[in-house]
Design a binder for this molecule. Sequence first.
Ligand SMILES: [Zn+2]
Length: 285
Amino acid sequence: MSNLEWKIGAVRVIRIEESVAPVPVAGLFPEATPAQLAPHRAWLQPHFADAEDNLLLSIHGLVVESQGRTILVDTCIGENPAPDIPMDMGDSPFLENLEAAGFTREAIDIVLCTHLHFDHVGWNTMHVDGKLVPTFPNARYLFARQEWEHWNAAPDRGFAATFRETVETIVDAGLADIVDWNHVLTDEVRLEPTPGHTPGHVAVHIASGGQRAMITGDLTHHPVQWAEPDWKMGADSDSAAAAATRRRLLGEHLDGDLLVIGTHYAPPTAGKLVSRGDRVRFDVD
Ligand SMILES: [Zn+2]
């Protein structure tokens, strides 16, 4: 499998796939119907929706190379699926795909989790001889303070059900850094607070050589949400705040130069936010 990659000035971003699967519209957006997809179908197909109006959902991590640092943004489901959430992705090929892209586990300097839901933290840890250990032994793992404090105190962890296995294990190993949600990783890479999906959710903003990109995390799950920013996503903790975050970003970047790299977008995964008449579309050309 060849990996998608992008250059943003001097920064290189490489997509490392775990899975891509079709999901019925209501599986992501409980109040939306296939009929509501119709105005967007022309640009959603074939990359982001199939011929039966299923939405395509990708799970992948993104390696960001900046100023000598190798940063892994989100670590998929891996060996730590959430027990009560029916997302059976089978055996995860993520580590094999990471290695095929030229990165050993030891080469990762920083692991950054946009939020702590199970499909973003899974490969933080792995099983070795029946024991859970950090997958990336040389990395500092960054968790935004708001996010870590929220789930650490949450009586019901829901979509963060693997917190003990994937986050506490890292904290116990001394590899975690609890950081501000506007933390600067390098001169080119910083966190961007984007609350709503979860209370401490962050996107990743990249700026280099006059070019800009944003890794979305789950502020969107699918490109159609740029056209329909108010669609409620089933796993959002605060759907009004999530919609407000999307509308803020549309206000800042519609018809701008920002390359949007979607954390759950199927290939080609990256594009621009453009207006066509009174509608918005995600343009991959
Ligand atoms: Zn997710």
